[in-house]
Design a protein. Structure first.
Length: 140
């Protein structure tokens, strides 16, 4: 059982695939969760943190009673203009959060109380049997 683990990564593009590899390794202990969904949503949130905060990021995996919560914490000091997802279908950005909104059971962005920046997070529940069967086909 995984109660909560974290990794801190540098503000470089290579941190996004590094976050996916780390999460894949951690989630080997939790095969009930949809790895493909977790990795895609994590990629979107980590990419957003690097693009908008331009700081290092910390990824937290927290297993609750019935869900897995994934958090991406940055310490950027840029103002946060949060919309649940982009309303403009022709916009050049904003689709990552749309994916997270569709795939995750819940998600959000919270302003950090104890430091600059935000915590973007999502939650997923256990996958059904069909989703678990395709786990080996997902790449980091």
């Amino acid at each position: 059982m995984l109660s909560g683990v974290s990794v801190t990564l540098d503000p470089v593009p290579a941190s996004v695939p590094a976050a996916r590899r780390w999460a894949r390794d951690q989630l080997a202990l939790l095969p009930q969760y949809p790895l493909d969904v977790v990795l895609l949503c994590l990629s979107e949130l980590a990419t957003n943190a690097l693009l908008h905060a331009r700081t290092g990021l910390t990824v937290n995996l927290i297993e609750g009673d019935t869900t897995l919560r994934v958090e991406v914490v940055d310490t950027g000091d840029l103002p946060v203009a949060h919309r649940k997802y982009a309303e403009d279908r022709d916009a050049e950005s904003g689709r990552g959060l749309q994916l997270v909104a569709v795939l995750a059971s819940d998600y959000g962005i919270d302003i950090n109380a104890d430091q600059a920046g935000v915590t973007a997070w999502f939650e997923v529940g256990p996958a059904d049997d069909a989703a678990v069967e395709i786990r080996d086909d997902v790449t980091a």
